[in-house]
Design a protein around this ligand. Structure first.
Ligand SMILES: [Zn+2]
Length: 206
């Protein structure tokens, strides 16, 4: 089974974790991202839904016009809430990895944190040292630096996603990753499935 851990649009390929602001009939992630702080308030009620299997995407973004301290405050609040609920977190991080690592050291979470849409190949070693999971998106289809970096990402730390890419499918991502990792598509499917079961425990119960 193909697992797409972060997408904004349903394509009905394998198991898709839809990033959503409302409760869904299928597995979804819920959170208020840094770019949404002006429009949404975190609603704990939504996380009580059995299908809400992770918090996200949430994080830090230094390109947008929202005050970084405000972002950090909201980010930490939701990270702590994920700890309380015992569910993992999908993290959006743009140009704020120092802050992210510092927050990781302060909170020392028990729950897995997944860096989604990973592109910052020069930071890979540091992020793996922090024990973050790394989620690779459709950039892997063309980004040669990312293709090279992928070779060094341990398979047990890897997730795959399409995010908001309308033109490519999770199947294409799996195919590309399998060829770079020099494993069969089936082995990759089993690996990601095992990672998913390990990290997204609420899905197994629900
Ligand atoms: Zn996204």
């Amino acid at each position: 089974m193909l697992i797409n851990i972060h997408t904004h649009t349903r394509k009905n390929i394998g198991l898709e974790i839809i990033n959503s602001k409302e409760e869904l009939e299928t597995p979804f992630s819920y959170g208020v991202g840094p770019f949404e702080l002006n429009n949404f308030v975190f609603d704990e009620k939504i996380t009580k839904n059995n299908n809400c299997i992770c918090i996200g995407e949430i994080g830090l973004d230094k390109i947008i016009q929202i005050n970084i301290n405000e972002q950090i405050k909201n980010f930490i609040k939701q990270l702590k809430y994920a700890e309380k609920l015992n569910i993992p977190v999908i993290i959006h991080c743009v140009k704020a990895f120092n802050e992210l690592i510092q927050i990781n050291h302060e909170i020392r979470p028990n729950q897995p944190w997944i860096i989604h849409g990973f592109r910052k190949t020069n930071l890979l070693k540091n992020l793996l040292k922090e024990e973050f999971y790394i989620s690779i998106g459709t950039a892997i289809l063309y980004d040669e630096k990312l293709q090279e970096a992928l070779k060094t990402i341990p398979l047990n730390k890897l997730f795959l996603e399409t995010d908001n890419d309308e033109y490519h499918t999770i199947y294409e991502v799996y195919q590309k990753v399998a060829s770079i990792k020099e494993i069969s598509l089936l082995d990759l499917e089993l690996t990601i499935y095992n990672n998913f079961k390990t990290v997204f425990k609420k899905w197994e119960i629900g």
